[in-house]
Design a protein around this ligand. Structure first.
Ligand code: NAD
Length: 293
C-alpha cells in the first residue's frame, strides 16, 4: 500500500512554478497575477482566500485581494467583476464562494470572462472540459488528476466509482475520469445520496473517489483488495487529543480501509494541499494564454 503524499507533490509543483516565474522575471516577461474577491467576513472564506494569496506570494505571483462588504449589492459585485474582466494586468481571478444569500452564485460565475475563470466554474469552461477541449479545470479535480499522474497510477479500462455529484468535485471528477485521456479512460459510475446498493457499486471499483462530506463514512466493507482510494472529504471534529481541540477527518475510515488499498490519500495531507496548487497552475496557464490562445 502506498500513501499518496499530497503535501510533497504540492511542494514539488509549487517549486516548478517558482522556477518558471523566475525565468519569466529574468526575461522581463509579465508576472502572473491572480485576484481574489472576498465578499463579507466569513471565517472559513477568509482562511481559504488567505491561503491562496499566501501561495501566490510563495511562488512569486502578484496577487490582489478585493474585499467587499457582505452588504454589497449584486449589481455592484457584477460591476467589480466586469472591471476585473477588463483589467489587463490581472490574468485570472476567483470569487470566493459561498456568497451572501441576496447574491446569485450563478449570475456571478456567468459574469466572469471564461478566459479569466481560473476556478473553472463558468459554463463555457465546464462545457469545454466535457468536450475534452483545453479549459481551466476546477481546482480539486485538477489536483486529484495531478496526484494520479505523478504516482503513475494506471487508469485505462479501470472501473472508477465517484461518490458525490457536486459541481466542484464529484461531477467534474466523473467527467475527467471518463475522458479519452490520461488520467482517464475509466468506466465511470457516479453515485449520490439517492443511489441504491452503494456498497455493491463501490466493491466493483478499481478507483474510488470519495466526496460526500460525511466523516469516516467509507468503511473497509465497501472496498475490495487493491483499490485506489482518493479521499476528498474534510470534516472538522472536536478532539481532546490535539492542542487546538479539533482535528480533520476524511470521508474514509482510514485505519481499516488503508490496508486493503494499493494507493490511498490521507486526510490531512492528501487531496487538500493540491487544491491551491491547482489554482496556481491555472493562473500560470492564464498568464501564458495556454487555454484560450
Ligand atoms: P456537497 O455537499 O456539495 O456534495 C456532497 C455529495 O455527496 C452530494 O452530491 C450528495 O448527493 C452526495 N451524498 C451525500 N450523502 C451521500 C450518501 N450517503 N451516499 C452517496 N452520496 C451521498 O459536497 P462537496 O462540496 O462535493 O464536498 C464533499 C467533501 O469534500 C466535503 O467534506 C468537503 O469539505 C470536501 N472538499 C474538499 C476539498 C479539498 O480541497 N480537499 C475541496 C472541496 C470539497
Amino acid at each position: 500500500m502506498t500513501v499518496i503524499d499530497g503535501k510533497k507533490i504540492s511542494e514539488e509543483i509549487q517549486n516548478e512554478i517558482s522556477a518558471e516565474v523566475k525565468k519569466i522575471r529574468s526575461s522581463g516577461g509579465k508576472i502572473p497575477h491572480l485576484a481574489a474577491v472576498l465578499v463579507g467576513n466569513d471565517g472559513a472564506s477568509e482562511t481559504y482566500v488567505g491561503g491562496k494569496v499566501k501561495a501566490c506570494e510563495k511562488v512569486g505571483f502578484k496577487s490582489t485581494l478585493v474585499r467587499l462588504p457582505g452588504t454589497v449589492s449584486e449589481n455592484d459585485l457584477l460591476k467589480k467583476i466586469a472591471e476585473l474582466n477588463c483589467d489587463n494586468d490581472i490574468d485570472g481571478f476567483i470569487v470566493q464562494l459561498p456568497l451572501p444569500k441576496h447574491i446569485s452564485d450563478r449570475k456571478v460565475i456567468e459574469t466572469i470572462d471564461p478566459k479569466k475563470d481560473v476556478d473553472g466554474f463558468h459554463p463555457v469552461n465546464v462545457g469545454r472540459m466535457a468536450l475534452n477541449l483545453p479549459s481551466y479545470l476546477p481546482a480539486t479535480p485538477y489536483g486529484i488528476l495531478q496526484l494520479i499522474e505523478r504516482y503513475k497510477i494506471e487508469t485505462t479500462g479501470k472501473n472508477c466509482v465517484v461518490i458525490g455529484r457536486s459541481h466542484i468535485v464529484g461531477s467534474p471528477m466523473s467527467i475527467l475520469m471518463a475522458r479519452n485521456a490520461y488520467p482517464g479512460n475509466c468506466t465511470v459510475t457516479i453515485t449520490h445520496s439517492k443511489t441504491k446498493n452503494l456498497k455493491e457499486i463501490c466493491l466493483s471499483a478499481d478507483i474510488l473517489i470519495v466526496a460526500l462530506g460525511k466523516a469516516e463514512f467509507l468503511t473497509a466493507d465497501y472496498v475490495k483488495q487493491g483499490t485506489v482510494v482518493i479521499d476528498v472529504g474534510i470534516t472538522r471534529v472536536k478532539s481532546d487529543k490535539t492542542k487546538s481541540g479539533w482535528k480533520l477527518l476524511g470521508d474514509v475510515k482510514y485505519d481499516e480501509v488503508a490496508p486493503k488499498c494499493s494507493f490511498i490519500t490521507p486526510v490531512p495531507g492528501g487531496v487538500g494541499p493540491m487544491t491551491i496548487t491547482a489554482l496556481l497552475m491555472n493562473t500560470l496557464k492564464a498568464s501564458k494564454m495556454e487555454i484560450y490562445t
